[in-house]
Design a binder for this molecule. Structure first.
Ligand code: ZN
Length: 205
């Protein structure tokens, strides 16, 4: 299995080099991605592939069910690096339909540590119980909850001191929420973007 993986790597490297001979030399000296992607660890939702981006074009953080925990040092460190060092302007929180993490959060079964990790999704399900009661099936319920988890993630990223400080300094960063469908391979905009103008509005109230 590993030998096969290494063979694939050699083939990919050769192919890439044939297309663009200075590709690796260029990427080795610097990375200048335009996007910071916060997505699910699910193997079917790799940021570069589904967004059609090459290595070097998207800085990525992934975890089970793309949960934005306000105290997650892993995510916060990546976010700070994306904003302060890479000067990324577009942050994307991307969930997906058919998410196993969201499903686990809705099951009445013990999942060990995952139950702690997924607690914010359980809380969302309680907060939006009236809205979720309108769903027509268990799959629909979970997919709607996956969307709510993205919207909540956008809000939480926006509320971090990292983003608040960046916006105070006038940095034009936008935080978007997308959802990916495993069934058709398409990303959909959940239209929950938060940018600097929202902060200005709040300050003016
Ligand atoms: Zn998932």
């Amino acid at each position: 299995m590993l030998a096969d993986l290494l063979d694939r790597n050699i083939a990919w490297s050769s192919h890439r080099n044939a297309i663009e001979p200075d590709y690796f030399a260029r990427l080795a000296t610097q990375q200048a991605p335009e996007f910071f992607w916060i997505g699910c660890s699910d193997s079917r939702v790799p940021a570069n592939v589904v967004a059609g981006l090459d290595p070097g074009e998207v800085f990525v953080h992934r975890n089970v069910a793309n949960v934005v925990h306000s105290s997650d040092m892993n995510l916060l460190s990546a976010l700070e690096f994306a904003v302060e060092a890479l000067k990324i302007r577009e942050i994307i929180v991307c969930g997906h339909y058919g998410c196993g993490g969201v499903r686990a959060a809705t099951e009445d079964l013990p999942h060990g540590l995952a139950d702690h990790w997924l607690e914010p999704i359980r809380r969302l399900a309680r907060s939006y119980a009236v809205d979720l009661a309108r769903t027509v099936s268990t799959e629909d319920f979970r997919d709607r909850l996956a969307e709510l988890n993205v919207v909540e993630g956008v809000r939480r990223v926006s509320e971090t001191p990292i983003l608040q400080r960046a916006w105070d300094r006038g940095m034009p960063i936008s935080v978007h929420g997308l959802i990916y469908s495993l069934k058709d391979g398409l990303l959909r905009d959940l239209n929950c973007t938060i940018d600097r103008s929202h902060i200005s509005l709040e300050a003016g109230e």
